[in-house]
Design a protein around this ligand. Structure first.
Ligand code: KG4
Ligand code: ZN
Length: 344
C-alpha cells in the first residue's frame, strides 16, 4: 500500500487525557476522540496519579470504540497501532499500552511505542480531513516543545532525528503557569486561567526577571515564579487588593518573551528552514501572536485542539516509525522517564 494511505490508530494515556485517533498518511486526522479528566483533578489543583489510571481504565474501551465509529472504520481497515510508551505517569501509560497490545494481537496489526514528546512535535504535520491540507514543515526545523512537564528546544534535521539545543533547568513553562495560577488563586490548569486573567491586565505593570543562563538555549522559570510569589506577598502585606490581571499579564509576557527570543536565536544560529512550536503551552494566545508577528521564519503551531495531549499526534509520530520499518514486539514495556534525546 502507498504510505500516503497508511492508517494508524493512535492511543494516548500518559497523563489525564484518555485519547484515541485515526490518522491517514501521517497527516490527515480521520477522527480524534479525547476523554478529559481535567474536572476531576481540578479539585486537587493537579493530576492525582492513582485516580488518573483508574479513570483511564474506565474510559479507554469507549474512547477507542468512539474513534472507530467517528471514522466509520473497522479494526480490519487499519494498518498499524501507535501508543504512547512514555514519558508520563507509569500507571496511566500501562492502560493505553495494554489496550494497544490487545488490539494489535486481536487484529494482527503491527504496533509501535511512541515518545509523547515526539508526538507533540509531529502534531505540526496534522490537519483535519474536513479542511484543506496545511503546508508540511520543511526540515531542518527548530522545535520548541512547551508543555506541563517539558520545555525544550530541539533541532530536527530529518524525520525522527533530534538534537537537544536547550532544556529547562528547573520548572517547565506549563508548570510555571500552573504554579503561578495557584499563587493568584486561579483555577487549574493554570495556563488557560492566566491567559484569561491576563486579557484585562497590563503586561508592563510588573517588570519580572528573565533568567540569564550559561547554556544560551536553556531555560529557568523558578526565579520568575519566586519573583511573582514575593510580589504577591508584599502586596498582601499592605492589605491592598491583589492586581491579579496585571500580575498574570506581566508573568505571561515574561514567559512568552523568553520562549520567543530563544527559539528565534536558535533557528537563526542553526540555519533552520522553519520553526515548530508545540505542546500544551503553545495554545497560549500571546505566545502564538509573538511568533506570528515576525516574518523571518514560517512558524508551525498546531491548531489549539492539537496543542494539548491527544492521540492524533501519537498516530502521526507512529506513522514515521512504521514507514521507517520500526515496530515493537508485543513484550515492550512503558518508560515513565523516557527522554526524547538520549545523551551519548
Ligand atoms: O502538553 P500538555 O497537554 O500536557 C503535558 O504533556 O504536559 O500540556 C499541559 C500544560 C499545562 O501546564 C497547562 O497549564 C498548559 O499546558 N497550557 C497552557 C495553555 N493551555 C494549556 N499554558 C499557557 N496558556 C494556555 N492557553
Ligand atoms: Zn503533552
Amino acid at each position: 500500500m502507498k504510505n500516503d494511505y497508511l492508517r494508524v490508530l493512535g492511543i494516548e494515556s500518559s497523563c489525564d487525557e484518555t485519547a484515541a485517533a485515526i490518522v491517514e498518511g501521517g497527516r490527515v486526522i480521520l477522527c480524534n476522540v479525547i476523554a478529559s479528566q481535567v474536572d476531576l483533578h481540578a479539585q486537587f489543583g493537579g493530576v492525582y496519579p492513582e485516580l488518573a489510571s483508574r479513570e483511564h481504565v474506565r474510559a479507554i474501551h469507549a474512547v477507542v470504540a468512539q474513534a472507530l465509529q467517528d471514522a466509520h472504520l473497522q479494526m480490519s481497515d487499519l494498518d498499524a497501532i501507535a501508543v504512547t510508551r512514555g514519558p508520563g505517569l507509569g500507571g496511566s501509560l500501562v492502560v493505553g499500552v495494554n489496550m494497544a497490545k490487545a488490539l494489535a494481537l486481536a487484529a494482527d496489526l503491527p504496533i509501535v511505542g511512541v515518545n509523547h514528546l515526539e508526538g507533540h512535535i509531529y502534531s505540526a504535520w496534522l490537519y483535519s480531513v474536513d479542511n484543506p491540507p496545511t503546508p508540511e514543515p520543511k526540515l531542518p526545523v527548530v522545535a520548541l516543545l512547551v508543555s506541563g512537564g517539558h520545555t525544550e528546544l530541539i533541532l530536527m534535521k530529518d524525520h525522527l532525528q533530534y538534537e537537544t539545543l536547550g532544556n529547562t533547568l528547573d520548572d517547565a513553562a506549563g508548570e510555571a503557569f500552573d504554579k503561578v495560577a495557584r499563587l493568584l488563586g486561579l483555577a487549574y490548569p493554570g495556563g488557560p486561567s492566566i491567559q484569561l486573567a491576563a486579557q484585562t491586565g497590563n503586561p508592563r505593570a510588573f517588570n519580572f526577571p528573565k533568567a540569564r543562563l550559561d547554556g544560551k538555549y536553556d531555560f529557568s522559570f523558578s526565579g520568575l515564579k519566586t519573583a511573582v510569589l514575593r510580589t504577591v506577598e508584599e502586596i498582601k502585606k499592605t492589605g491592598k487588593e491583589l492586581p491579579v490581571a496585571d500580575i498574570a499579564a506581566s508573568f505571561q509576557q515574561a514567559v512568552v518573551e523568553t520562549l520567543y527570543e530563544k527559539t528565534m536565536a536558535a533557528a537563526e544560529e542553526h540555519n533552520a528552514n522553519e520553526i515548530i512550536v508545540a505542546g500544551g503551552v503553545s495554545a497560549n494566545r500571546a505566545l502564538r501572536e509573538a511568533y506570528r508577528s515576525q516574518t523571518k521564519f514560517r512558524v508551525h503551531i498546531p491548531h489549539i485542539k492539537l496543542c494539548t495531549d491527544n492521540a492524533a499526534m501519537i498516530a502521526a509520530a507512529g506513522y514515521r516509525h512504521i514507514v521507517a520499518g520500526e515496530t515493537n514486539a508485543l513484550d515492550f514495556d512503558v518508560q515513565a522517564n523516557w527522554p526524547l534525546v538520549t545523551k551519548a
